[in-house]
Design a protein around this ligand. Structure first.
Ligand SMILES: [Zn+2]
Length: 402
């Protein structure tokens, strides 16, 4: 209750003059931030538990933060977003300051746009929307399912996407909800289903470059969550990976082909392997008992190849694999993207998917029709200038042509 009140207070005061918005600068650590702002390191860093200390390491350069000051300039509250759901909240409390992680309140809006291919999807989307993020989600969502070399000029492209807003500003990556792109006049559709995976118009899952799981068998003992209320500790936490409980020594395989960029111990991760994949993806395998022989930095590994063995090194209560997927440094839910086994929708699931895709098709078609109408209008108005028959009937044209 107090938490909500504090947040509400913050939100309300944001309209006042006391709020300072700033971007987290590159290379600035949380510790730097505290000393730069004369905030007590003891309460806000040294006394934090291991989980909160790990959260602090998740702060990324470029995020929009807010400081609320009282009239005399004293810091009352600070908000630092960690991901699109959780943020650090520092607040003045009885002569000192307190630290907590709290949910981010966001608004979401769904938008759509359509365009005709002029150069290639990346450049055209960038020109149309001025957003490299939309280019990125287009490319990752359609993935390898489309041969973009078959694109022709004037092929249509439609994107329906959802964008989160925090305090009125676009925030975090947009999500592609549905899309259509033509290659040489042939349409290809993609839909984000309720299970969080992408399917084509036939209900066939779009394949991904990563394996479904980095371990044979093994029960999922803890799922990915950007925020979770810990019932015992009574605080908000995040679990930025998936835990697979498995017997000590169970082989761990590379979820995708790539290069080993870390094969060593690392704090609470214990014995850790990091693999860099294409397109800015990275996977992490933690708490390993040991590494497979020959595994060292710089080595290329293939999808499905054994790289290490399940253990309980680092901060771990029993043998398990802690598996993380990161994109451009940011932790994302592996369950959403790490599917290779092509899932076919059946019965009820299929029915519900077809209904969903039909709705999206209606939106896509409306957009395409409007675009066509708009273009026809343009062609009609320009006819008198470019059509020879008409031009010949225009007296002024006749005169100038002599
Ligand atoms: Zn874990």
């Amino acid at each position: 209750m107090t938490r909500l009140f504090i947040l509400l207070l913050f939100t309300l005061s944001l309209f006042g003059a006391e709020v300072e918005n700033f971007r987290w600068e590159n290379g600035v650590t949380y510790s730097d931030f505290l000393s730069n702002n004369l905030l007590p390191r003891k309460h806000l860093l040294d006394n934090l538990d291991v989980d909160d200390k790990r959260l602090v390491e998740e702060i990324r350069a470029g995020v929009h933060c807010n400081i609320l000051r009282s009239r005399d300039g004293t810091i009352e509250q600070v908000l630092i977003p960690l991901n699109d759901e959780l943020q650090i909240h520092i607040y003045a409390f009885e002569d000192t300051y307190k630290f907590e992680a709290i949910p981010i309140i966001v608004e979401t809006k769904t938008s759509a746009f359509t365009l005709k291919i002029k150069t290639n999807p990346s450049i055209d989307i960038q020109n149309e929307t001025d957003s490299f993020k939309l280019v990125a989600i287009f490319l990752t969502s359609f993935g390898t399912s489309i041969d973009f070399t078959a694109l022709r000029k004037n092929d249509d492209l439609v994107m329906i996407y959802e964008q989160k807003y925090r305090l009125g500003k676009p925030f975090s990556m947009p999500t592609l909800k549905a899309g259509m792109v033509e290659t040489n006049n042939r349409p290809h559709y993609i839909y984000l289903n309720k299970d969080g995976r992408y399917y084509d118009e036939k209900g066939k899952q779009i394949e991904s470059f990563l394996l479904a799981r980095p371990i044979q068998g093994g029960r999922i003992s803890s799922r990915f969550t950007k925020r979770r209320f810990h019932p015992v500790l009574k605080k908000w936490k995040a679990h930025l990976g998936i835990d697979y409980a498995a017997r000590r020594g169970t082989p761990v395989v590379a979820a995708g082909s790539g290069t080993l960029i870390y094969v060593a111990r690392m704090g609470s991760y214990g014995k850790l392997i990091k693999i860099r994949h294409k397109d800015g993806y990275e996977t992490r395998y933690a708490h390993l008992k040991g590494f497979r022989r020959g595994m060292k930095r710089g080595k290329r590994v293939k999808k499905g190849q054994t790289i290490g063995y399940v253990g309980t090194t680092g901060r771990s209560t029993g043998p398990h694999l802690h598996f993380e997927l990161r994109k451009s440094g940011r932790a994302i839910n592996p369950a959403k993207r790490v599917q290779l086994t092509t899932k076919k929708l059946k019965n009820k699931e299929r029915k519900s998917f077809l209904k969903l895709s039909k709705n999206y098709n209606e939106i896509i078609n409306t957009h395409l029709e409007n675009e066509t109408k708009f273009l026809k209008k343009q062609v009609q108005t320009s006819r008198c200038y470019f059509n020879n028959d008409n031009a010949n009937k225009t007296p002024s044209q006749k005169n100038t042509n002599g």
